[in-house]
Design a protein around this ligand. Structure first.
Ligand SMILES: *Cc1c(COP(=O)(O)O)cnc(C)c1O
Length: 277
Protein backbone atom coordinates (compact mmCIF):
# COMPACT_ATOMS: atom_id res chain seq x y z
CA UNK A 1 0.00 0.00 0.00
CA UNK A 2 2.62 2.55 1.06
CA UNK A 3 5.97 2.71 -0.66
CA UNK A 4 9.10 4.79 -0.82
CA UNK A 5 11.50 5.99 -3.48
CA UNK A 6 15.16 6.14 -2.45
CA UNK A 7 18.36 5.98 -4.49
CA UNK A 8 16.69 4.91 -7.73
CA UNK A 9 14.58 2.18 -6.12
CA UNK A 10 10.98 1.77 -5.03
CA UNK A 11 10.49 -0.28 -1.88
CA UNK A 12 7.57 -1.02 0.46
CA UNK A 13 7.61 1.61 3.21
CA UNK A 14 8.48 -0.90 5.94
CA UNK A 15 11.62 -1.91 4.02
CA UNK A 16 12.93 1.64 3.59
CA UNK A 17 15.42 2.92 6.14
CA UNK A 18 17.51 5.92 7.18
CA UNK A 19 20.97 5.02 8.52
CA UNK A 20 21.50 5.96 12.17
CA UNK A 21 24.53 7.93 11.00
CA UNK A 22 22.29 10.41 9.13
CA UNK A 23 22.12 13.89 10.67
CA UNK A 24 18.32 13.63 10.47
CA UNK A 25 18.52 11.04 13.25
CA UNK A 26 21.54 12.46 15.03
CA UNK A 27 20.52 16.13 15.09
CA UNK A 28 17.11 16.58 13.48
CA UNK A 29 18.50 18.00 10.22
CA UNK A 30 15.90 17.51 7.50
CA UNK A 31 13.25 19.25 5.41
CA UNK A 32 10.19 17.95 3.60
CA UNK A 33 7.05 18.69 1.61
CA UNK A 34 3.60 17.09 1.38
CA UNK A 35 2.12 17.04 -2.09
CA UNK A 36 -1.34 15.61 -2.55
CA UNK A 37 -3.11 14.61 -5.73
CA UNK A 38 -6.50 15.60 -7.11
CA UNK A 39 -7.68 13.29 -9.90
CA UNK A 40 -4.31 11.55 -9.49
CA UNK A 41 -2.46 14.71 -10.54
CA UNK A 42 -0.04 16.44 -8.15
CA UNK A 43 -1.22 19.70 -6.57
CA UNK A 44 1.10 22.69 -7.19
CA UNK A 45 4.26 20.57 -7.57
CA UNK A 46 6.35 23.51 -8.82
CA UNK A 47 5.74 25.83 -5.84
CA UNK A 48 6.15 22.93 -3.39
CA UNK A 49 9.49 21.89 -4.88
CA UNK A 50 10.76 25.49 -5.01
CA UNK A 51 9.95 25.76 -1.32
CA UNK A 52 11.67 22.42 -0.65
CA UNK A 53 14.85 23.78 -2.21
CA UNK A 54 14.62 27.05 -0.25
CA UNK A 55 14.07 25.09 2.98
CA UNK A 56 17.10 22.91 2.25
CA UNK A 57 19.32 25.87 1.36
CA UNK A 58 18.41 27.74 4.52
CA UNK A 59 19.16 24.62 6.54
CA UNK A 60 22.60 24.38 4.92
CA UNK A 61 21.66 21.26 2.94
CA UNK A 62 23.03 21.24 -0.60
CA UNK A 63 20.14 19.80 -2.54
CA UNK A 64 19.78 21.71 -5.81
CA UNK A 65 20.49 18.73 -8.12
CA UNK A 66 18.46 16.43 -5.91
CA UNK A 67 15.38 18.65 -6.01
CA UNK A 68 15.74 19.01 -9.79
CA UNK A 69 15.28 15.23 -10.12
CA UNK A 70 12.02 15.10 -8.16
CA UNK A 71 9.52 16.01 -10.94
CA UNK A 72 10.66 12.94 -12.89
CA UNK A 73 10.40 10.79 -9.73
CA UNK A 74 6.82 12.05 -9.20
CA UNK A 75 5.96 10.97 -12.76
CA UNK A 76 7.42 7.51 -12.13
CA UNK A 77 5.55 7.21 -8.82
CA UNK A 78 2.21 8.09 -10.39
CA UNK A 79 2.76 5.37 -13.01
CA UNK A 80 3.80 2.64 -10.52
CA UNK A 81 1.77 -0.57 -10.37
CA UNK A 82 1.81 -0.51 -6.55
CA UNK A 83 0.25 2.99 -6.40
CA UNK A 84 -2.71 2.81 -3.98
CA UNK A 85 -6.24 3.35 -5.32
CA UNK A 86 -7.69 6.83 -5.14
CA UNK A 87 -5.81 9.98 -4.23
CA UNK A 88 -2.30 9.82 -2.77
CA UNK A 89 0.16 12.00 -0.95
CA UNK A 90 3.82 12.20 -2.00
CA UNK A 91 6.24 13.37 0.65
CA UNK A 92 9.80 14.19 -0.43
CA UNK A 93 12.18 14.21 2.55
CA UNK A 94 15.71 15.56 2.28
CA UNK A 95 17.87 14.53 5.21
CA UNK A 96 21.20 16.01 6.30
CA UNK A 97 23.08 12.83 5.32
CA UNK A 98 26.21 11.56 7.04
CA UNK A 99 28.56 14.46 6.32
CA UNK A 100 28.84 17.89 7.94
CA UNK A 101 31.46 20.24 6.50
CA UNK A 102 31.75 23.87 7.58
CA UNK A 103 28.42 23.36 9.34
CA UNK A 104 26.82 22.53 5.99
CA UNK A 105 25.45 19.25 4.65
CA UNK A 106 26.92 18.49 1.21
CA UNK A 107 25.77 14.83 0.91
CA UNK A 108 22.03 14.75 1.70
CA UNK A 109 19.68 11.82 1.17
CA UNK A 110 16.36 11.95 -0.65
CA UNK A 111 13.32 9.81 0.15
CA UNK A 112 9.90 10.17 -1.40
CA UNK A 113 7.19 8.49 0.67
CA UNK A 114 3.91 7.62 -1.04
CA UNK A 115 0.75 7.03 1.00
CA UNK A 116 -3.01 6.96 0.43
CA UNK A 117 -4.36 10.47 1.07
CA UNK A 118 -5.95 10.83 4.49
CA UNK A 119 -8.11 13.91 4.97
CA UNK A 120 -9.38 15.51 8.17
CA UNK A 121 -12.78 14.27 9.38
CA UNK A 122 -15.38 16.05 7.14
CA UNK A 123 -17.36 16.86 10.28
CA UNK A 124 -14.62 19.33 11.28
CA UNK A 125 -15.52 21.55 8.30
CA UNK A 126 -19.07 21.79 9.69
CA UNK A 127 -18.20 22.23 13.37
CA UNK A 128 -14.83 23.99 13.19
CA UNK A 129 -11.72 23.18 15.21
CA UNK A 130 -9.92 24.39 18.33
CA UNK A 131 -6.33 25.65 18.50
CA UNK A 132 -4.15 25.96 21.59
CA UNK A 133 -2.19 29.22 21.87
CA UNK A 134 1.49 28.82 22.73
CA UNK A 135 3.65 31.82 23.72
CA UNK A 136 6.52 31.09 21.36
CA UNK A 137 7.57 31.36 17.73
CA UNK A 138 8.50 28.57 15.34
CA UNK A 139 12.26 28.97 14.83
CA UNK A 140 13.40 29.71 11.25
CA UNK A 141 9.82 30.07 10.02
CA UNK A 142 10.72 29.87 6.31
CA UNK A 143 12.05 26.32 6.71
CA UNK A 144 9.60 23.42 6.48
CA UNK A 145 11.60 21.35 8.93
CA UNK A 146 10.95 17.77 9.97
CA UNK A 147 11.05 18.95 13.60
CA UNK A 148 7.50 19.51 14.90
CA UNK A 149 8.39 18.85 18.52
CA UNK A 150 7.81 22.44 19.68
CA UNK A 151 4.28 22.45 18.28
CA UNK A 152 3.40 19.01 19.61
CA UNK A 153 4.68 19.33 23.19
CA UNK A 154 2.19 22.03 24.30
CA UNK A 155 -0.85 20.01 23.09
CA UNK A 156 0.26 16.54 24.18
CA UNK A 157 -2.79 14.70 25.51
CA UNK A 158 -5.25 17.43 24.37
CA UNK A 159 -7.52 15.31 22.17
CA UNK A 160 -9.92 18.17 21.34
CA UNK A 161 -7.17 20.50 20.10
CA UNK A 162 -6.30 20.33 16.40
CA UNK A 163 -2.91 22.12 16.49
CA UNK A 164 -0.83 24.57 18.51
CA UNK A 165 -1.09 28.25 17.52
CA UNK A 166 2.20 30.11 17.91
CA UNK A 167 1.57 33.47 19.64
CA UNK A 168 4.91 35.12 20.56
CA UNK A 169 4.52 38.38 22.54
CA UNK A 170 0.79 38.69 21.92
CA UNK A 171 1.16 38.33 18.16
CA UNK A 172 -0.30 35.42 16.21
CA UNK A 173 2.03 33.91 13.64
CA UNK A 174 1.03 30.42 12.47
CA UNK A 175 -0.29 27.06 13.63
CA UNK A 176 2.11 24.12 13.97
CA UNK A 177 1.47 22.90 10.42
CA UNK A 178 -0.89 25.51 8.96
CA UNK A 179 -1.11 29.20 8.18
CA UNK A 180 -3.63 31.23 10.19
CA UNK A 181 -6.16 33.84 9.03
CA UNK A 182 -8.42 36.14 11.03
CA UNK A 183 -11.54 37.84 9.61
CA UNK A 184 -12.34 41.03 11.50
CA UNK A 185 -14.20 44.21 10.53
CA UNK A 186 -14.54 43.03 6.93
CA UNK A 187 -10.79 42.43 6.56
CA UNK A 188 -8.65 39.33 6.26
CA UNK A 189 -5.54 39.46 8.43
CA UNK A 190 -2.64 37.00 8.14
CA UNK A 191 1.02 37.09 9.16
CA UNK A 192 3.60 38.03 6.51
CA UNK A 193 5.89 35.45 4.92
CA UNK A 194 9.12 35.51 6.87
CA UNK A 195 7.33 35.54 10.20
CA UNK A 196 5.66 32.36 8.93
CA UNK A 197 6.15 29.66 6.32
CA UNK A 198 5.20 30.67 2.77
CA UNK A 199 2.21 28.32 2.64
CA UNK A 200 1.17 27.41 -0.89
CA UNK A 201 -2.46 27.35 0.23
CA UNK A 202 -1.97 30.69 2.01
CA UNK A 203 -0.74 32.21 -1.26
CA UNK A 204 -3.66 30.86 -3.28
CA UNK A 205 -6.21 31.98 -0.66
CA UNK A 206 -4.74 35.51 -0.65
CA UNK A 207 -4.83 35.60 -4.46
CA UNK A 208 -8.47 34.45 -4.54
CA UNK A 209 -9.49 36.81 -1.75
CA UNK A 210 -7.92 39.81 -3.54
CA UNK A 211 -9.69 38.83 -6.75
CA UNK A 212 -12.96 38.60 -4.83
CA UNK A 213 -12.45 42.13 -3.46
CA UNK A 214 -11.58 41.35 0.16
CA UNK A 215 -9.44 43.85 2.03
CA UNK A 216 -6.24 42.16 3.19
CA UNK A 217 -3.71 43.05 5.86
CA UNK A 218 -0.47 41.06 5.89
CA UNK A 219 0.57 41.55 9.48
CA UNK A 220 0.47 39.36 12.58
CA UNK A 221 -3.01 39.52 14.10
CA UNK A 222 -2.82 40.36 17.82
CA UNK A 223 -4.19 37.94 20.39
CA UNK A 224 -6.42 40.70 21.79
CA UNK A 225 -8.09 41.07 18.38
CA UNK A 226 -9.59 37.60 18.84
CA UNK A 227 -12.24 39.06 21.15
CA UNK A 228 -13.86 41.06 18.37
CA UNK A 229 -12.98 38.80 15.43
CA UNK A 230 -15.81 37.40 13.33
CA UNK A 231 -14.08 34.30 11.96
CA UNK A 232 -10.77 32.48 11.84
CA UNK A 233 -9.42 29.65 9.72
CA UNK A 234 -6.24 27.74 8.99
CA UNK A 235 -4.88 26.66 5.62
CA UNK A 236 -2.71 23.81 4.32
CA UNK A 237 -2.53 21.71 1.17
CA UNK A 238 -4.14 18.66 2.75
CA UNK A 239 -6.74 20.38 4.95
CA UNK A 240 -7.41 23.19 2.43
CA UNK A 241 -9.38 25.73 4.53
CA UNK A 242 -10.48 24.61 7.97
CA UNK A 243 -12.65 26.86 10.18
CA UNK A 244 -11.35 27.71 13.68
CA UNK A 245 -14.06 28.28 16.29
CA UNK A 246 -12.06 28.22 19.54
CA UNK A 247 -8.59 29.36 20.54
CA UNK A 248 -7.63 28.30 24.05
CA UNK A 249 -10.61 29.27 26.23
CA UNK A 250 -11.89 31.88 23.78
CA UNK A 251 -14.74 31.36 21.35
CA UNK A 252 -14.29 32.96 17.91
CA UNK A 253 -17.30 34.89 16.56
CA UNK A 254 -20.48 32.94 17.25
CA UNK A 255 -18.57 29.68 17.67
CA UNK A 256 -19.57 28.35 14.27
CA UNK A 257 -17.81 28.30 10.89
CA UNK A 258 -18.58 31.62 9.22
CA UNK A 259 -19.65 32.73 5.74
CA UNK A 260 -16.29 34.23 4.71
CA UNK A 261 -14.46 30.98 5.50
CA UNK A 262 -17.05 28.96 3.62
CA UNK A 263 -17.05 31.34 0.65
CA UNK A 264 -13.24 31.25 0.37
CA UNK A 265 -13.28 27.47 0.62
CA UNK A 266 -15.75 27.28 -2.29
CA UNK A 267 -13.56 29.62 -4.37
CA UNK A 268 -10.53 27.52 -3.44
CA UNK A 269 -12.13 24.23 -4.51
CA UNK A 270 -13.24 25.81 -7.79
CA UNK A 271 -9.66 26.95 -8.56
CA UNK A 272 -7.83 23.70 -7.80
CA UNK A 273 -7.70 22.52 -11.41
CA UNK A 274 -5.48 25.54 -12.24
CA UNK A 275 -2.74 24.27 -9.96
CA UNK A 276 -2.48 20.64 -10.99
CA UNK A 277 0.82 19.42 -12.44
C1 LIG B 1 3.20 22.57 5.81
C2 LIG B 1 2.97 23.79 6.63
C3 LIG B 1 2.01 24.76 6.26
C4 LIG B 1 1.07 24.57 5.10
O1 LIG B 1 1.67 24.86 3.90
P1 LIG B 1 0.94 24.52 2.51
O2 LIG B 1 2.00 24.86 1.52
O3 LIG B 1 -0.24 25.42 2.40
O4 LIG B 1 0.56 23.09 2.55
C5 LIG B 1 1.92 25.91 7.01
N1 LIG B 1 2.70 26.11 8.09
C6 LIG B 1 3.61 25.20 8.50
C7 LIG B 1 4.43 25.47 9.71
C8 LIG B 1 3.77 24.00 7.78
O5 LIG B 1 4.66 23.09 8.19
Amino acid sequence: MMFCYHDGEFTPLEKAYVPLSDYAIQRGIGVFESIRTYDRRPFAPGPHLERLLRSAEQAGIEARDMVARIPRIFKEILARPELPEGEVIMKPYITGGDVMENKRFPRPRLYVLVEPLELPDPELYRTGIALQPVAMERPFPLIKSINYMFGYIPVAGMGDVFESLFCPNGEITEASSSNFFLCAGGKLITAPVGRVLAGITRGIVLHLAKEAGFRIEERCPRVNELETADEAFITGSIKEILPVVRIGGRRIGNGKPGPVTQHLHRLYKASIHKWLG
